[in-house]
Each structure stands twice: as structure tokens, then as C-alpha cells.
Design a protein around this ligand. Structure first.
Ligand code: HEC
Length: 128
């Protein structure tokens, strides 16, 4: 009888450890992956330089390249709404999405200079 109880305890301990491992795995996934995304192909940490928002220049770029898919009020059309994108994406994630595209979004790295990319990223990041 005492032996049987001991086996139950072991089972419970095992179940607890498995749960703990799962929680840890989810934690690693949620914190580890975005970091990976923000590193360059060379593995160096990539950061978008801090700049004041240049609304006029950003609107010029937006109107000529983004408006057709994201709407005149950033409300979205073919592409998703961007009016509050600064609250959900970091500047690094924005830079990567706009320069590399993907999922129906065109890549702009050959159509915009790095300077223009930083300008539009800074402007979008201010839309929270
Ligand atoms: C041909 C249509 C098209 C054009 C032009 C376009 N986009 Fe997009 N964009 C999309 C689509 C479609 C997605 C969704 C991609 C996905 O789900 O991965 C998207 C996604 C995005 C996202 C990520 C939004 C999110 O919620 O995940 C950002 C930021 C973005 N676009 C910015 C821009 C900017 C800035 C420009 C102009 C320089 C631009 N887009 C031009 C179609 C377009």
C-alpha cells in the first residue's frame, strides 16, 4: 500500500516536471524568437537609429509607394491597417518587413534608400 502511494507521488512529480518544461518552452519561444528576427544575417544586433519624425517626407514616400495597399488613412486595404502599428511592431521589425516584404507585401530594399526606410519606419513607429 505504501509502495503504491509512492508510485503515485512519482507520477505526479513527473507530470509537474513536464508542465514546468512546457511553460519554459513557451517562455523561450515568446522571448527568444523576436530577438532572433532582429539580428542581421551576420548575427549582429541590428537597431534602427533614433531620429525625429519627418512627417512631410514620410507622407511623400507613403503616398507614392504604400497608399494603394494600406489606404489613405492607414486604415488598410489589400494590406493590413497601419494606424496603430507602432504599438505592435518594433522599429526593427518594421524595417525588416518593409525592406524584405513577404506574405503579399512587396520588398522595398531596392526601391527605397536606407535613409528613406529609416524615415518611414520612424514615422510608422510613432503611430501607436
Ligand atoms: C502591393 C500591396 C502593398 C504595398 C504597395 C505595400 N504593402 Fe505593406 N503589406 C501588404 C500586405 C499584403 C501585407 C501583409 C503581409 C503579411 O501578412 O505578412 C503588408 C504588411 C505590411 C506591414 C506589417 C503589418 C502587420 O500588421 O504585420 C507593414 C509595416 C507594411 N506592410 C508597411 C508598408 C509600407 C511602409 C509600404 C510602402 C513603402 C507598404 N507596406 C507597401 C501589402 C502592401
Amino acid at each position: 500500500m505504501a509502495n503504491r502511494r509512492k508510485t503515485d507521488m512519482t507520477k505526479r512529480m513527473m507530470a509537474f516536471l513536464v508542465c514546468l518544461a512546457c511553460v519554459f518552452a513557451v517562455y523561450l519561444l515568446s522571448t527568444g524568437l523576436p530577438h532572433k528576427e532582429e539580428t542581421t544575417s551576420k548575427g549582429a544586433k541590428f537597431t534602427v537609429p533614433d531620429r525625429p519624425v519627418d512627417t512631410a517626407e514620410s507622407e511623400r514616400i507613403y503616398q507614392s509607394m504604400c497608399i494603394a495597399c494600406h489606404g489613405d488613412q492607414l486604415q488598410g486595404a489589400v494590406g493590413p491597417e497601419l494606424a496603430h502599428i507602432g504599438g505592435t511592431m518594433t522599429k526593427e521589425q518594421l524595417f525588416k518587413k518593409i525592406s524584405s516584404g513577404g506574405g503579399g507585401m512587396p520588398a522595398f530594399q531596392s526601391r527605397l534608400t536606407e535613409d528613406e526606410l529609416v524615415t518611414i519606419v520612424t514615422w510608422l513607429a510613432s503611430h501607436q
